[in-house]
Ligand binder design. Sequence first.
Ligand code: ATP
Length: 370
Amino acid sequence: MAEIRIENVSKVFGDHVAVDNANLTIHDKEFLVLLGPSGCGKTTLLRAIAGLGMADAGTITIGDRDVTYMRPGERKISMVFQSYAIFPHMTVRENIGFGLKMNGAAADEIKKNVDEAAELLHIEQLLDRRPSDMSGGQRQRVAVARALAMKAEVLLMDEPLSNLDALLRLEMRAELKRLLQDVGATTIYVTHDQIEALSMGDRIAVMKDGVIQQCAEPSTVYADPSNRFVGGFIGNPPMNFLDGTVHVDDAGVRVSIGGNDIAPTQDFAPAVAGFDGRPITIGIRAENMRALTEQTEGAVPVTVQVVEPLGSQNLLTVNVGDNRLKVSTHPTFDVSAGDTLWVQFPPEQIRWIDPATEEVLPSGNAAVGA
Ligand code: ATP
């Protein structure tokens, strides 16, 4: 049982708070991805869990063991580094068995674990070679094999694919996902690549400026981000954000964008009613709007700026007042730059964001005042 509990963990360098009161529970055998832009504190948090950089505050528990002040070797974890950190002067076999040897494992156990790990990674034929004459992909496999050979219940991976070229990265992503499902270790995987996070994680913890913003399943983080940062960081294209103004009167609630009311006959999230006369931000994904060639009630006129045919879709960049939007359409949708279109915003697809806090307001389609 290797549940990892991170409670109120902080880490400070000088006057810079790299990890700010992190709270996170990673379930036994779960694959959790720690995602965020460069410098947000992912590696610092991972190193605190590994014991490579002690937390300044808080506690870290693995199973029923409080490991907060334990030395790395006592924590029973294994780690894959971005740099791979494999030794060029040792053979692949020696590299994979290195951690076991350091732990004092018997020679026959080392041989058995190394052979098994090499087989899992399909590198049996490389065991007698040295990493210095191997490709980046092969070295990466050696680093993963070394981590797996430890048979630790907890696996920490810091951007393990980031040194590979795009195609190999794509291949290894799927292979690593399959492999880790089979191994069944509790895994924390650090990346700044949101596609990697969406495709691999059981859950994703999104970090910004040392603070965990949201931790949820990939589909939830994508469709229901907790704030503007998460919506804008996840997805390609990222979530669209439009500035609007809320008007509440006897007829109900209207939200105007660039002088146009959107879906005025629909019910809005009750929280929006409290914004009468105030600005509001609308978050909506490119694939959740409908582009129409004719004027329709509740649809907003837009001017097409750019058409990008992407094979499976045509991605349009359009202007609505001062707002610029990405709208996804069917590849056969016939449109050119300069055309006028009408865009519908289905109310259930809109995420209402308070511009002051950038938090997503509670959703719900009840009528205002109800
Ligand atoms: P990346 O994806 O670029 O590795 P990250 O999210 O992993 O970024 P960290 O490496 O954890 O970010 O760094 C978080 C912040 O802490 C950064 O501003 C970094 O400069 C700072 N930092 C990290 N390690 C140290 C250190 N040993 N001394 C001083 N500052 C540090």
